[in-house]
Design a protein around this ligand. Structure first.
Ligand code: FES
Ligand SMILES: [Fe+2]
Length: 363
C-alpha cells in the first residue's frame, strides 16, 4: 500500500480541501462513528438540522461520543440537546463548535481545555462535505455549485456507495489527464479532442469522442476537480447529465468513494418515467466507473509514469496535486507555476464557454 510520503508530495500526509464524508439522508440525530484523515470522528445532526462533525473522544476521560448504547444518557435520550452533544460517560455537554458548555455535577468553572475539535461542514446535493486543513485554516475555496439540484427539470441522484479501497487518491486523480485509457477501458472511439486546463485549485478535462455505452452520438464531456477530491463531469450524451465522483482518505493509502449522476429529464411532464431513466443512466455511469475501479483496485502504485507521446500531462497534474499537501504559501507558488492549458489531442476550439465560466478557468 503506497503512502503519501512515497510520492513525495509535501509535508502533509493528508491534503487540504473539501471532502465528502457522508450521504445527507444517512446522517440523523444518533451520533455515528466515522474515520477520515487517520482520525476518529463523530457525525450527528443537531435538532436544528445542522450537521456536526467533532473529534470522537471526550477530553475529560476519553469516552467515545458515539460508541455507546447502554449509558442512561443514551437510554434517556439526552445525548443530543439542541445542536450540542452530551458525553455518555459523565454527562459533559459540548456545543457544535466543540466547546464544553456544561459539567452537570461540578461547581468549578469549565476548564479552557475542555473542548474538542470541530470541523467546518456543508451539505450540497444530498452529500455532506467537510473542510480538512492540516494548518487548521478556514476554507479558501467554495464547494462547486450545483444549481441543477434545485431545478425540477433535473432528476436528483441517489448516491452510490463505492466502499473502501487500498489505494492512494492520486492514482484516481491521475485519470484526469489519462487520454489513452478511454479506448481500451471504456470503449471510446479515438479521442477527437483532449485538453486539460490547470487553474489554481481546479483542473479541467475537456474531451470529445464516441462511447459504446453512454451515447450513440459523439460524447462530449467536460470534467473538473474542485480541489483534490471532488470530481464533477458534464456529459452531452443521449441525456445531458452531471456525474459526481468523490473520494476521501480514511488512512494514509486507503480511501472511501462515492458516485452519483444527475440527469436532465427527457420529459419533465412525466417525472416518474424520468426517474426510471435517470436511475438506469446512473447505473450505466457507475458500471463505466467500475471499469476504472477494477484497475485501481489491483494496480501497483505509479511513482513515475513511463510516459510516451500520446499520454496526457501526468507530470503537470501531479505538480498541481502537490499544492494540497504543502502550506498555503507554497501552494500559491505551485499554482502560479502550473496554471495553463495543455492540449494532448486536436486543435484549439471553442469548447463549452458557459461551463468554463462556471469553474472560473477564464478570467
Ligand atoms: S469522559 Fe466524557 S464526560 Fe467524562
Ligand atoms: Fe475512466
Amino acid at each position: 500500500m503506497a503512502r503519501t510520503a512515497d510520492y513525495q508530495f509535501g509535508e502533509y500526509t493528508f491534503p487540504r480541501g473539501w471532502f465528502m464524508i457522508a450521504v445527507s439522508k444517512e446522517v440523523e440525530q444518533t451520533p455515528q462513528a466515522i474515520r477520515y484523515f487517520g482520525q476518529d470522528m463523530v457525525i450527528y445532526r443537531g435538532e436544528s438540522g445542522r450537521v456536526v462533525v467533532i473529534d470522537a473522544y471526550c477530553p475529560h476521560m476519553g469516552a467515545h461520543f458515539a460508541k455507546n448504547s447502554t449509558s442512561y444518557v443514551v437510554l434517556d435520550g439526552e445525548r443530543i440537546q439542541g445542536d450540542s452533544i452530551r458525553c455518555p460517560y459523565h454527562g459533559w455537554k459540548f456545543s457544535p463548535e466543540g466547546q464544553c458548555e456544561e459539567i452537570p455535577y461540578s461547581p468549578s468553572p469549565i476548564p479552557k481545555k475542555a473542548c474538542v475539535k470541530s470541523w467546518p461542514v456543508q451539505e450540497l446535493g444530498g452529500c455532506v462535505f467537510m473542510w480538512h486543513d492540516p494548518e487548521g485554516g478556514d476554507p479558501d475555496y467554495d464547494l462547486p455549485a450545483l444549481d441543477e439540484w434545485d431545478d425540477p427539470a433535473w432528476v436528483r441522484w441517489e448516491v452510490d456507495h463505492l466502499g473502501e479501497m487500498d489505494t492512494h487518491p492520486i492514482e484516481i486523480v491521475d485519470n484526469m489527464v489519462d487520454k489513452a485509457h478511454f479506448t481500451p477501458i471504456h470503449g471510446s472511439a479515438e479521442a477527437e479532442y483532449f485538453e486539460n486546463v490547470f487553474k489554481d485549485h481546479v483542473v479541467v478535462q475537456d474531451f470529445a469522442a464516441g462511447h459504446r455505452t453512454l451515447a450513440e452520438q459523439a460524447l462530449l464531456t467536460y470534467t473538473w476537480y474542485t480541489g483534490p477530491a471532488i470530481l464533477r463531469s458534464r456529459m452531452d450524451g443521449d441525456h445531458p447529465s452531471i456525474i459526481q465522483i468523490t473520494h476521501t482518505p480514511i488512512d494514509d493509502g486507503r480511501i472511501r468513494a462515492w458516485h452519483a449522476l444527475l440527469v436532465k429529464s427527457a420529459d419533465p411532464e412525466n417525472p416518474e418515467q424520468g426517474v426510471a431513466m435517470a436511475r438506469e443512466y446512473q447505473e450505466q455511469s457507475r458500471l463505466s466507473l467500475m471499469q476504472d475501479y477494477e484497475i485501481w483496485a489491483h494496480k501497483r502504485p505509479t511513482f513515475q509514469h513511463l510516459k510516451v507521446m500520446g499520454d496526457g500531462p501526468f507530470g503537470q497534474l501531479r505538480r498541481w496535486y502537490q499544492q494540497f499537501y504543502v502550506p498555503r504559501k507554497k501552494a500559491a507558488e505551485i499554482q502560479q507555476k502550473v496554471n495553463g492549458t495543455i492540449i494532448t489531442k486536436g486543435t484549439k476550439r471553442d469548447p463549452w464557454p458557459e461551463k468554463k465560466q462556471e469553474v472560473a478557468v477564464e478570467e
